[in-house]
Unconditional design. Structure first.
Length: 327
């Protein structure tokens, strides 16, 4: 072997050895992360999600690309993330829809088919009427509803949605026989403003601007405690009904995402949720920032899933398809 060949051989050996010493993959994260929003642009989920993504990007030092994938009450987003590679680069901005869309059968899997990073915040699910209406309280609305069964109309986002369940809970607990009208998110507020419906069920963030503007009046909500933004509004519990049910938002990733990756995402989520920008938005919109990690969130999901399933069963909209529950 010539002197040149020997040097080439030694160089190749050293390079090969040094490559073997490198870690198998770079430390997470090393590239942009997709932040998938289950609903359309401009709504509460979109506004809140995009701000959280921006703040998480600051913590982790990589871009968080917010992408809207609406459809079937969240089914499009949850299916997309479920089928993604479990490496932390695709995150679902979840909500109570991760329980409603799975229980109504929009997807052939349950909420356990995803790994869950944690909850970011929660907000009341409210019953609102037009501020120009005669109803000043939940009691007055219910009394009229009972006096004229199947006459008053309550609008909601769509069959099987969280707001549909809100309307179902309200009518069943108060024994108010109203007509429940699926309107879609965009039509819900205009329908109440125009008088097409007499009341509507909505998350607080979907109604708060019109409440502050003197157009809507909130008569009750399902959260167990009063909300500071609408501190004058009594809860359903205060009215004698045993219910504590609110609308949450959090993060989910594909099943099997490494624990180390999930831990980093949880830390970034916690810090982003408590950022000044996100806390300021919470004060404006009326939601409560209360981040929790995977273990606590999983416990909450299990309890809420039973509530959602029971409500859907009582309403005849529970899933009919059989599927193997993920473990």
């Amino acid at each position: 072997m010539s002197k040149t060949s020997k040097w080439c051989f030694l160089l190749a050996t050293v390079v090969g050895f040094s490559v073997q010493l490198q870690p198998a993959s770079a430390e997470f994260p090393e590239k942009a992360i997709e932040f998938i929003i289950p609903f359309g642009a401009g709504g509460g989920a979109d506004i809140e999600g995009r701000l959280l993504a921006k703040e998480m990007s600051k913590v982790l030092g990589v871009p968080f690309v917010a992408i809207n994938k609406p459809g079937a009450g969240g089914a499009v987003t949850y299916t997309y993330v479920k089928n993604a590679k479990p490496d932390g680069y695709k995150i679902a901005w979840n909500s109570t829809s991760v329980l409603t869309t799975t229980n109504i059968g929009n997807v052939p899997f349950d909420y356990k088919a995803l790994d869950h990073i944690g909850r970011v915040h929660f907000q009341p699910l409210v019953m609102a009427v037009n501020a120009n209406s005669k109803w000043k309280s939940a009691e007055s609305f219910v009394n009229d509803c009972k006096a004229k069964p199947e006459t008053l109309k309550i609008g909601h986002a769509g069959t099987g949605s969280t707001t549909h369940l809100t309307a179902v809970i309200f009518t069943k607990m108060t024994k108010c026989k109203a007509i429940l009208v699926p309107l879609g998110v965009k039509r819900r507020n205009p329908a109440l403003l125009s008088g097409e419906v007499d009341a509507m069920a909505a998350p607080l963030t979907g109604a708060v601007s019109l409440v502050k503007g003197g157009k809507f009046r909130i008569i009750t909500h399902l959260t167990g405690k009063r909300n500071p933004t609408i501190s004058e509004v009594p809860t359903m519990k205060e009215l004698g009904h045993d219910i504590a049910f609110d609308h949450f938002r959090g993060l989910s990733v594909p099943k099997g995402t490494p624990d180390a990756v999930k831990a980093k995402l949880t830390d970034a989520m916690m810090k982003a949720a408590r950022s000044k920008a996100f806390m300021d938005l919470a004060k404006t919109k009326g939601f409560t920032v209360d981040p929790s990690g995977p273990a606590e969130f999983d416990k909450m999901l299990a309890v809420r899933n039973e509530i959602v399933a029971d409500i859907m069963k009582s309403s005849g909209i529970y899933r009919s398809k059989k599927f193997k529950s993920s473990k």
